[in-house]
Write a protein that binds this ligand. Structure first.
Ligand code: AMP
Length: 397
């Protein structure tokens, strides 16, 4: 159980509540193309409004690297949030984030009002967790709520530093939900427990593989990272993605799986091409027999069946990372097969954010999953067994 204060433990009537959200949504020509992160933040915001708090929202957007970049302004989020809440959200346009405009907007607030600050990363101190900016943010508020799961693996001013300079801090509902689902799945799973990892690099997921081998019944590896395992098994992978320096690690992990009695599944066949693009000749070959000048872009049909069968028998499934270059239609079949199998089963199914979440939503399986995490990097660190600084910093119950 989460041993941290939550919004249910706070008395916010008449108090200024600074809420760190993750409104880092994708934008195209100023329009929001996926608003999942905004809707995910609504329960906490609505609760604080209903309780009569003065609700001051903040978030980062992209990587402005300490500069006020207009294309990374949170203005479009304020507009959409107003529509979703059916209530005015005052946008405190302010290149200094906590400058004169923001201070004036907060000073004018009545109970139940909502203000959204400008992109917290317009200030270079943010990502360095510098005290002066943490104090400035805290000066706007009495209480701090962290509901930004997607940024909770980063110790920044608006996620960690600020907690030192407010009288009380708590986690929001989204944060609570994310930790409950991911935590239960990993630490108290209904078995069989199957984890599926994909994506481009073994090096990004070294600690995840190592930690999950302590927990799961079956570990499935697909995507670009699978070729390093194919080489570790003595296969040839042509010009597929390969991290040669990680081959010994791949061997070690396969040995660990055997010792622990964990079923370790890697692709048996692979869809290969000579060029890295959608419209090009492709064929399917056994995974360890990829000719020179050819490289793998997706798992093959036999592997799709092998992985789907393993998923079908599971009671808990956690998935992070695509099975192939799913951005190319011709090489999205493996990723689709995993999403489809997960959508069909009667089990706890968790998607660990990032590309797999985008794929599941695009395919229309979003509402078939138990939980889709709003944080790719944060959920990976959670799966590594790490403590998240943004959660640790919040007051204990
Ligand atoms: P990551 O950022 O590590 O989660 O990896 C996601 C990326 O891995 C996606 O953009 C995929 O296109 C890419 N990917 C998956 N499988 C392959 C592959 N076989 N070859 C090259 N890239 C891949």
């Amino acid at each position: 159980m989460l041993n941290k204060k939550t919004v249910d433990d706070l008395q916010v009537k008449g108090k200024r509540v600074l809420v760190r959200c993750d409104f880092n949504v994708p934008l195209q020509d100023g329009a929001i193309t996926d608003e999942n992160r905004i809707t995910a933040a609504l329960p906490t915001i609505k609760k604080l409004i209903a309780d009569g708090g003065k609700v001051i929202l903040c978030s980062h957007m992209g990587k402005p690297k300490g500069e006020a970049k207009p294309e990374l302004s949170l203005a479009p989020v304020a507009k959409r949030l107003s529509e979703l809440l059916e209530k005015e959200v005052v946008f405190a346009k302010d290149d200094n984030v906590v400058g004169e405009n923001a201070k004036a907007a907060v000073a004018a607030m009545k109970d139940g009002d909502v203000v959204l600050l400008e992109n917290t990363r317009y200030r270079k101190e943010e990502t360095k967790n510098e005290e002066n900016y943490s104090k400035e943010l805290a000066s706007l508020a009495d209480v701090f709520v962290n509901d930004a799961f997607g940024t909770s693996h980063r110790a920044h001013c608006s996620t960690v530093g600020v907690t030192e300079f407010v009288s009380e801090s708590a986690v929001g509902y989204l944060m609570e939900k994310e930790i409950e689902f991911l935590g239960n799945a990993v630490n108290n799973p209904e078995r069989p427990f199957v984890a599926i990892l994909g994506g481009s690099k073994v090096s990004d997921k070294i600690n995840v593989i190592n930690n999950l081998l302590e927990k799961v019944d079956t570990l499935i590896i697909g995507g670009g990272m699978a070729y390093t395992f194919a080489v570790a098994k003595g296969g040839k992978v042509g010009n597929s993605l390969l991290e040669e320096d990680k081959v010994p690690y791949a061997m070690e992990m396969m040995k660990k799986a055997e010792e622990k009695g964990v079923k370790f599944l890697t692709p048996v066949d692979t869809v290969i091409t000579k060029e890295f693009k959608n419209d090009t000749e492709f064929k399917t070959v056994p995974t360890g027999e990829i000719p020179d000048e050819w490289g793998g872009l997706d798992i093959g049909e036999e592997t799709r069946k092998l992985f789907a069968d393993a998923i079908m028998g599971a009671k808990t499934v956690v998935w992070n990372g695509p099975m192939g270059v799913f951005e190319f239609e011709n090489f999205a079949k493996g990723t689709k097969a995993v999403a489809e199998a997960m959508a069909q089963i009667d089990a706890t199914t968790i998607i660990g954010g990032g590309d797999s979440a985008a794929a599941v939503n695009q395919l229309g399986y979003g509402d078939k999953m138990t939980h889709i995490s709003t944080g790719g990097g944060a959920s990976l660190e959670f799966l590594e067994g790490k403590e998240l600084p943004g959660v640790v910093a919040v007051d204990d119950k």
